[in-house]
Design a protein around this ligand. Sequence first.
Ligand code: NAD
Length: 306
Amino acid sequence: MAPSELRYDGQTVVVTGAGGGLGREYAIFFGSRGANVVVNDLGSSFKGEGAGSAAADKVVNEIRSAGGKAVANYDSVENGEAIIKTAIDNFGRVDVLINNAGILRDVSFKNMKQADWDLIYKVHVKGAYKCARAAWPYFRKQKYGRLISTASAAGLFGSFGQTNYSAAKLALVGFTETLAKEGLKYNILCNVIAPIAASRMTETVMPPDVLEKLKPEWIVPLVAVLTHKSSTETGSIYEAGGGHMAKLRWERSKGALFKPDDSFTPGAIAAKWKDVVDFSNPDHPDGPADALGLLEAAANLSPSPK
Ligand code: NAD
């Protein structure tokens, strides 16, 4: 189904950090497609300083002026219960949660202060956890839920000056992959996106001509598809930015097998190193159990010649 046809009538969508940037685009989209929207935003700076109600109020007004239904919530995502309570108190349900709120504290690892590490962890990891934790019982009870968490290329690949942010963003990948497994039988689908878009977060690090090609509204179609009731996709990682969209997955090299006995020495590994790093015939594992067959195959190798 084309995104232009997707609707969310009667559903309640909670978007964290929806007072600006990507979150604002999601909120306006859902508000225009029949959903009740909770527009959460703490109203802080992109470094996490200060707070205020103006950002969330402005988006709520935009949605209402266009005929949509929305309420504001000004809590930090660290207070996930209060955000989900706003959804329940106003609309009686929660169907979709988009963990989008975020800040940056970029600094080289050498110069990073404890506060830079702690605040990034609190907003991105603890915040996503607290919101998901509060929505989860409703999702389970109604046997329906759609959860998006927001990772980043910085977390997937590393990025200079962003150890705190990278660690937090990749944590959300593991968080989402596990929730996808736990939620599956309740029709709770959980995915993670790594967007790239013009916002106050990126305007200081990217030139205007590049930003012009990365409109935040171009991330909306992916989020729309993944959160729609017709979706079956779960536990996946997507990259999106400009007009590009792709799915990412883990890849395991062909690898080498070693009899786990006293022949399994550093020298034995060195001799087979080219197999360890050979990606010409890879696997794409999606669970810890996928490695068990390999462990068994190694154990069953014939004894190494002495
Ligand atoms: P943004 O700064 O425009 O929006 C983030 C919003 O989150 C802001 O309105 C801010 O007030 C709000 N917020 C911050 N801390 C909060 C808290 N504790 N509780 C509630 N709200 C809070 O940035 P954006 O670019 O739209 O980023 C949205 C998400 O996408 C973030 O998680 C970010 O890390 C991620 N991301 C963005 C890009 C990009 O290229 N823009 C790239 C990778 C990841």
